[in-house]
Design a protein around this ligand. Structure first.
Ligand SMILES: Nc1ncnc2c1ncn2[C@@H]1O[C@H](COP(=O)(O)OP(=O)(O)OP(=O)(O)O)[C@@H](O)[C@H]1O
Length: 845
């Protein structure tokens, strides 16, 4: 083993060495090539320069190149004479020097590691310049073939034949200007700057000469009054020294020099007054103009710095590696993909999918509300009179007729206490002889008190009327749900994505199942199968079965599940945990994509900014619908509550939304943790005030009149809504219509989840039995019911331990095998038989 490692190490080090040598030899070849290029460039320059002087002389010898005795005057011999002739005379004229430039510059750039892009640029522009110069000289100096060369001359002839002289001049000028524009990219500022600098230098020269004259005049003065000038000069010399030693900066220097010049000024003025004159040309100034000093010195400084940098490569130990230029992505890849293929369309696989038509829903013929004037009048009078009996005067009363209830809004006279009216709820109900009266005191934001009185003839709010309403059709929501109509007969549309989870409660027969169907129907009318998937849990087995037909369009399931609709409570746990895995997966996808929610993610995916090869995919919304949640909690307890709470807490951003319905809104079903995470609540009629408080955190649900009459809250206000009615035949027609269309090959598959109970071995060793095994057996045999939840309750165990015990009991032969949602059969009839069983077991051991 060790030897293996050793040989491995050896081979790796050998291969590393090999790589190194390979790299070195490659470097050497490149270096050699560049040196050859440099020398060729120099040789060519010499030969071309020499050709300019000796070309005519050598012309006769060109024919006898093979003759060794023939001599040429070119400094680089016959080869040089040949290249000079070919490139200058028969080629591009003096513009052939650009070739020398290209060779030398390429070589030096290569040696100094300057990027290949710059080298390419140089070659390109120099070749362009060579052709333009050759043609220009060929035209303007056509008499001298050496200037333009044969190429320039011939092209000119050709152009003149076709374009005439003026045309050729214009064309040449055009190319020359185009070259200058593209090569040097002159901008107005650049031109202005150049002009300014030219102006400055002219001015400087003028100043300089003026100053020189002035100096000379001072010099003249110096002949008579010598000492002060001496001082100035020595001062200036000192300054020079200072600059050289980098002790003062330019500014101080300029200040000082200006100071000097100002101090000098009167002297020069004085000098003007002297009569002594001198020819300035004959006298050379002893010192240059001081203002030039800093510039020169600065240059020198820069130079020394430059030479410092350039000197460093001479140091053999100091290797400079030229960093490679980063690759430039020419264009945005995502934008190109979108341009080529268009935005990603998630509906493409089922592009022919047709949304169901509204005609599939039934019209109950009562879309408009019938107003019974007489009834309104009687109710109004009763309310006013009852209140008067209690000495409450009303300033104003107004009625709004809704589908099931009429809202009487009253404005009491000043000084009436609201709580007084609120306490009269039962008395008003008595006087109106009606059930389900609800007093809202005050109506939030309206400044009135509301009394809701049920209509004697309530009208049905059909699903058709809410689906066809513009409010739903035009709703720009992620998951719009048309729940029904409010008291003012307005369609009530909410966004499930914003809720983000919904809790639905109501006593049996009050309209929960219809409510769930209304939710699902709304989504089916608005969302394509690619955009939303349902996970349906229906312990009653009959409520949601109709949706089986759309399994391959809209439903999601576990990979090993037979039916997409989950009717077995034990399978719910796996599904919930699988949803938790899906949630985690989606979160990591969102993190990779650097977005905060599913909407942004899908938007980015559609714009092809996310690579499917890295696991990215279009994410459909997932709506988990659980009917009879109470049943689930009773049988599975914490096993269900924990994943539900986790999903409720975290799943909002990644598009998993929960709708949970329960008949029993008691506190052990809707626990604190669940309540805290379900801000949107729908309450159908419940039987007690306590239930109402559990679901709504206040009373009201107990005063509803049933049959789809509901209260909706999303945190603060309570809205009374008449739930839209959708009957079973309508849902059947709808699902049949969708089910008959082309579908995906299978239902949307959720990630696999391996539950703990599935991994438990059946043949459990007797010695490994749980310490509570005997007690558990007694409980099961006494109750004659082999269920884990019974053990949980009786022995106060967790689900996992209870499940393990059941498995051990099965292995021992006390209970029968697992039979879906049914409790297992108990194979031992009573406790006496159980005692015998244990005794026999002991004997056999
Ligand atoms: N929105 C509604 N408009 C008119 N009638 C309704 C409405 N909702 C429900 N009903 C009536 O109430 C009956 C019972 O409704 P539903 O089956 O939805 O009750 P439920 O709360 O699901 O009962 P359970 O919990 O026992 O299943 C329906 O058959 C229907 O006649």
């Amino acid at each position: 083993m060790k030897q293996d490692n050793k040989t491995k190490k050896n081979t790796t080090s050998k291969s590393a060495n090999k790589d190194k040598t390979k790299g070195n030899s490659l470097f050497n070849i490149k270096f050699l090539f560049l040196i050859i290029l440099l020398f060729t460039g120099i040789a060519l320059t010499v030969s071309l320069v020499s050709y300019l002087f000796t070309g005519i002389e050598d012309q006769s010898s060109l024919g006898a190149m093979s003759d060794r005795t023939a001599t040429v005057a070119n400094q680089t011999g016959k080869v040089g004479a040949y290249f000079g002739h070919t490139l200058i005379f028969s080629g591009f004229g003096v513009a052939a020097f650009f070739l020398c430039k290209i060779l030398i510059q390429t070589a030096t750039y290569g040696l100094f590691g300057i990027s290949a892009t710059r080298v390419k640029n140089v070659i390109f522009w120099d070749l362009c310049a060579m052709i333009i110069v050759s043609i220009s000289l060929g035209f303007f100096a056509s008499s001298n073939l050496i200037l333009g060369g044969a190429v320039g001359f011939e092209i000119n002839q050709y152009l003149v034949d076709y374009l005439g002289t003026i045309g050729t001049i214009l064309l040449i000028l055009f190319f020359a200007i185009a070259f200058v524009i593209f090569r040097f990219k002159p901008s107005p500022e650049k031109i202005k700057n150049t002009l300014d600098s030219v102006k400055d230098s002219v001015n400087n020269t003028l100043e300089k000469s003026k100053q020189e004259i002035a100096d000379l005049k001072t010099e003249t003065k110096k002949v008579t009054v010598d000492t002060p000038k001496q001082e100035t000069i020595s001062q200036q010399e000192n300054l020079e020294e200072l600059i050289l030693n980098n002790l003062i900066d330019d500014e101080t220097l300029t200040d000082k020099t200006t100071q000097q010049s100002t101090t000098e000024q009167p002297e020069s003025e004085k000098s003007e007054t002297t009569t002594f004159t001198m020819n300035p040309k004959t006298v050379k100034p002893t010192i240059e103009h001081s203002s030039e000093l800093p510039i020169n010195k600065k240059k020198e400084e820069d130079k020394s710095f430059e030479s410092m940098i350039l000197d460093t490569p001479n140091d053999d130990n100091f290797v400079i590696e030229a960093a490679e230029d980063e690759e430039v992505v020419e264009e945005n890849l995502a934008a190109k993909l979108v341009q080529d293929f268009g935005e990603f369309d998630p509906t493409l696989e089922l592009s022919k999918y047709q949304f169901p038509s509204i005609d599939l829903l039934k019209d109950y013929g009562t879309s408009s509300i019938t107003i019974d004037q007489e009834e309104l009048e009687i109710n109004k009078n009763n309310i006013v009179e009852t209140l008067k009996n209690y000495k409450i005067d009303i300033a104003q009363i107004k009625a709004t007729v809704g589908p099931t209830v009429t809202l009487y809004e009253i404005v009491p006279e000043a000084g009436v206490r609201i709580s007084k009216i609120k306490n009269l709820e039962d008395d008003i109900a008595l006087s109106l002889a009606a059930l389900g009266i609800r007093i809202i005191a005050p109506i939030p934001g309206r400044g009135t008190i509301g009394i809701e009185v049920p209509n004697t003839k309530p009208s049905i709010v059909s699903m058709k009327s809410v689906i066809s309403s513009p409010k739903f059709q035009n709703a720009e929501m992620e998951l719009p749900i048309a729940l029904g109509k409010t008291i003012s007969n307005e369609t009530f549309v909410v966004d499930l994505a914003k809720m983000p989870h919904m809790l639905m409660a109501g006593a049996t027969g009050q309209g929960k199942s219809v409510g769930l169907n209304a939710v699902l129907t709304s989504l089916l009318y608005k969302k394509h199968p690619a955009e939303v998937k349902f996970v349906l849990v229906d312990p009653k087995k009959v409520e949601l079965t109709l949706f089986n037909k759309i399994e391959r369009h809209y439903l999601a399931k576990l990979p090993d599940a037979e039916d997409a609709i989950i009717t077995d409570n034990t399978k719910v746990i796996n599904t919930l945990n699988s949803l938790c895995i899906e949630m985690d997966n989606r979160y990591s996808l969102l993190k990779d994509a650097m977005v905060r929610n599913i909407k942004e993610y899908n938007e980015k995916f559609k714009q092809r900014k996310l690579n499917p090869e890295q696991g990215h995919r279009f994410l459909p919304y997932i709506v988990l619908v659980v009917d009879e949640f109470a049943d689930l909690i009773m049988t599975a307890g914490k096993e269900v509550e924990t994943p539900i709470a986790r999903l409720a807490q975290l799943a909002r951003a990644i598009g998993i939304h929960l709708i949970i319905a329960t008949q029993r809104p008691s506190v052990n079903v809707i626990t604190g943790i669940i309540k805290a995470n379900f801000p949107a609540r729908v309450a159908f009629r419940v039987t007690s005030k306590i239930d109402s408080r559990t679901i709504l955190d206040g009373q009201g649900a107990d005063q509803l009149i049933g049959r789809g009459d509901m209260l909706y809250t999303q945190g603060n206000d309570l809205v009374r809504v008449q739930c839209a009615f959708v009957d079973t035949p309508e849902v059947e027609r709808l699902t049949e219509f969708i089910g008959a269309q082309k579908a995906y090959p299978e239902a949307y598959l959720l990630p696999e989840y391996v539950g703990e109970e599935t991994s438990t071995a059946i043949d459990v060793d007797i010695s490994e039995r749980d310490s509570l095994f005997r007690q558990a057996a007694e409980v099961i045999v006494t109750a004659q019911q082999g269920s884990a939840s019974l053990l949980q309750r009786k022995l106060k165990l967790g689900y996992n331990r209870a499940g393990r015990l059941i498995d051990q009991l099965e292995a021992a032969g006390i209970v029968g095998p697992f039979e879906g949602s049914k409790a297992r059969v108990v194979l031992i009839p009573d406790l006496i038989a159980l005692e015998q069983f244990f005794q026999e077991e002991e004997q056999n051991m």
